[in-house]
Design a protein around this ligand. Sequence first.
Ligand code: 4AD
Length: 590
Amino acid sequence: MSVDIQKTASQMDALSTVLKHTGFFTAEIYTHEELGNDETGDGSECKPFKSILRAMKHAGKEPFPVIFVQSNKENEKWVPASQSQLKKIKKIWVRDQYKEKAKDQKEAQGEEKRLKHLDDAKEVVITLDTTLPKPEKVKIKDCGNMRGKRLLIHGWVHRLRRQGKSLMFILLRDGTGFLQCILTDKLCQTYDAILLQTEAAVTIYGTLAEVPEGQNAPGGHEIKCDYWELVGNAPPGGIEHVLNEESHIDVQLDQRHLMLRGELLSKFMTFRSILMQAFRDHFLSKGVCEVTPPTMVQNQVEGGSTLFKFDYFGEEVLLVNFFIENYNKLSILQAYLTQSSQLYLETLLSSLGDVFCIAQSYRAEQSRTRRHLAEYTHVEAEYPFITFEELLDKLEDLIVDVVERLMKNPISKSIINEFNPNFVPPKKPFRRMDYKDAIEYLKNNNITKEDGTFYEFGEDIPEMPERKMTDAINEPIMLIRFPWEIKSFYMSKCADDTRVTESVDVLLPGVGEIIGGSMRIWKTDELKEGFKRSNIDDKAYYWYIDQRVFGSCPHGGFGLGLERFLTWILNRYHIRDACLYPRFVSRCKP
Ligand code: 4AD
């Protein structure tokens, strides 16, 4: 093999120039007071450091390579730093070196000490004293009258404070409340005690006592621990190592499963549970029967634009059509997530009478607003043989009664007081306002569209103007009698003015619409006309139409958004506070 010596040498020269310019060689280090940077520089000509001290640190040890500084002369870029400059800065470098070494040493000693401490802790063993009275297993909420008793409580370390070697405070959380636990001596010197982190799951044994005078703790008591067990530890720093309350909202939503352990969201979720129960109790107290309709459906209720389609056992499944006359025809199965259970509720009137359900509804809402979710909990009810007036009375009654129930329950009452201290329970009767009068109100109060023109009869009143009006009036409003053209296919027309429907939206200050309801068309021909007007093929609605065929009667009902109700009563800005794992555009996790 022959080697071209000259070519190889020139390649080597080129390579060394490149390496020198990129700071790979430390034969010389460049500094420049104006153009250099101690953080981002690398000491090369292209990326000089700012200071000589940084250059010395970069070199690490003596003898230093030549350190260049910028030259003051014209036609000369670099000049080696003067001896006097180097001498002065070297003194600082020596002092810093000494300090850093001392720090490293201290850290190493600290680590050694920590490891020894842990090793020693492994020797500390605690045992359950079987001569003590058998502990009673309780939840924190039931501790109230347990003072003086020996208890066993499972929970999570909400907060942790160590005081010296022989005292540790745990604020225990078990989902029903918080309890202060005091661990002393060996109990806080075990290996597990030393490594214990917030969010760890633990079991506490001990005797409940009143907190000493002048001290505060949840419930006014604390448990003096005589034994404890670590069930499952957590990473150092608990949740704080993942996020805190200042984290970006998307981080908080990604970590919703951890956020839910926080005091704020767990209060809202506790409230939500009581709220759902209050709705159930309201309906059941009036003899309304609870049902559970399916949420996988084949029909739209509230317009095709917000339908979620999904693949039901294969996208293009062929299905035998149930119509007798079309018995041999096949059609493509189209499945959706339900927008409302209303149509199913209507089918139950003749068998169960008044019916209600609390079920999930879905809306493919394109916008990310503070009151729209893609999945929400829908409280819906349907009543046979009622008039429009009676329907409106039922709505007022529902809201007033549910609020009363919430104010009677000490937990929900205290949560309302905490988050909405100025809350005044609404009183019956609510203001009833015709749609046409709302159009007048908007005109009289100069509430216009974006282009500055006024809303006219026949147009939908969007969220913003509706909210402006509701907030200004600042009391519940039942907005009624909306034009036929802008409402759903199933709404019946008013007898005294067929341009408008027997429809209602209940609007509440701060959140806007929380209920949508109406009387339903109960004559077959009229319903078919409604389908036609909404361009809906009524074949898939044969079962719904049958309600008008087999013993039809006037009937009506409504749907209430549970999250909007919670947002209103707890005075939250955003609806996402009202649900466990909110779903909206571009958010379907966790
Ligand atoms: O007014 P809507 O669309 O009415 C219906 O679905 C009727 N079929 C109900 C019925 O008569 N049984 O919705 C009713 C309520 C609204 O007033 C609102 O509170 C809530 O459902 N809602 C939503 N909540 C959160 N996010 C959304 N995207 C919502 N869409 C409606």
